[in-house]
Ligand binder design. Structure first.
Ligand code: C2E
Ligand code: MG
Ligand code: MG
Ligand code: MG
Length: 297
């Protein structure tokens, strides 16, 4: 085991030997293992998507869903993307994995539309490596063509750091994506460094308030102020605004009172497998509707 860790230290730091404690050793081994397994996961069909509903705060209807990747590892069980997405980024594996995510999400969304569930918009998270990939726009165009999904029903979630790294280049890509007709949203808004002057120039449609602000919205005056400011900023720029991580009725009422357009969170549903998402669609959000009625009193 020590040999593997040493080998890895040599590889990453050239001749730069490092001293490994047993705990670091374990970490390095886990990483090495996940990296190796990640290479095989696609062909072994171990990835799946979970879908989390997005609720319109005026109608109470499910208007779309975020597709979130899960990895069903043969021994480790369900592995969270938090544990493998950055590794997939570093190794470049995010490119084939990301393509699989976009294609699968579009196929599923088209299938739901064909089954009569109406026009649900699916959002997919995009990583930096995917964003700077030369054929991003043409590959998305190809997926839309192959699956027959309206471009309007696909939304890409980008982070501030992703678009701020090379602003002029980013604006060019975002424009091409807009020309295709897809929606663009800024994920985890408020946690990165975006400049307001650039925000105006990005052809985006949605700001997504990070769950760290939403969490303490009813307890912490600063988080509440930030949230209300993001909602009003979005509306001034003629953008839609959605809150992620909504867990309580109090948070929901607060967001609704302050004009937030949509919400996503455990209060309504965690991300669920496709079959379970259909059950949610079937329930016709009766529960949410009654919650909305009671919170408007
Ligand atoms: P994200 O895009 O900001 O996704 C929201 C995360 O918040 C998801 O975690 C979701 O399960 C979680 N969440 C939803 N509602 C609540 C709530 O009410 N309370 C709390 N505490 N959490 C809530 P998840 O699924 O573990 O994904 C984590 C991150 O991994 C995502 O953050 C995204 O950055 C990344 N990710 C997931 N799937 C993909 C993918 O297909 N491609 C890429 N590039 N990244 C992905
Ligand atoms: Mg997201
Ligand atoms: Mg987010
Ligand atoms: Mg987040």
């Amino acid at each position: 085991h020590a040999d593997i860790a040493m080998y890895r230290a040599k590889q990453s730091g050239r001749d730069n030997y490092q001293f490994y404690t047993p705990a670091m050793n374990e970490q390095a081994l886990e990483r090495l293992r996940i990296e190796g397994d990640l290479r095989l996961a696609l062909e072994r069909n171990e990835f799946l998507l979970h879908y989390q509903p997005k609720i319109d705060l005026r109608s109470g209807e499910i208007v779309g869903m975020e597709a979130l990747i899960r990895w069903q590892h043969p021994e480790l069980g369900m592995v969270s993307p938090v544990r493998f997405i950055s590794l997939a980024e570093e190794t470049g594996l995010i490119l084939p994995i990301g393509s699989w995510v976009i294609r699968t999400a579009c196929e599923q969304t088209k299938a739901w539309q064909d089954a009569g569930w109406g026009k649900l918009r699916v959002s997919v998270n995009l990583s930096v490596r995917q964003f700077v990939q030369k054929d991003l726009v043409s590959s998305i165009a190809a997926v839309l063509k192959d699956t027959g999904l309206d471009a309007d029903l696909l939304e890409l979630e980008l982070t501030e750091s992703l678009v701020m790294t090379d602003v002029e280049h980013a604006i060019g890509i975002l424009r091409q994506l807009k020309e295709l007709g897809v929606h663009l949203s800024i994920d985890d808004f408020g946690t990165g460094y975006s400049s307001l002057s650039y925000l105006k120039r990005f052809p985006i449609d949605v700001l997504k308030i990070d769950k760290s602000f939403v969490r303490d919205i009813t307890l912490d005056a600063d988080d509440a102020a930030i949230t209300v400011s993001i909602i009003s900023l979005a509306h001034s720029l003629k953008l839609h605004v959605i809150a992620e991580g909504v867990e309580t009725q109090e948070q929901l009422s607060y967001l609704r009172r302050h004009g937030c357009d949509e919400m996503q969170g455990y209060l309504f549903s965690p991300p669920v497998p496709a079959e379970q998402f259909e059950t949610l669609l079937q329930q016709k959000v009766d529960l949410m509707k009654s919650a909305l009625v009671s919170s408007s009193r």
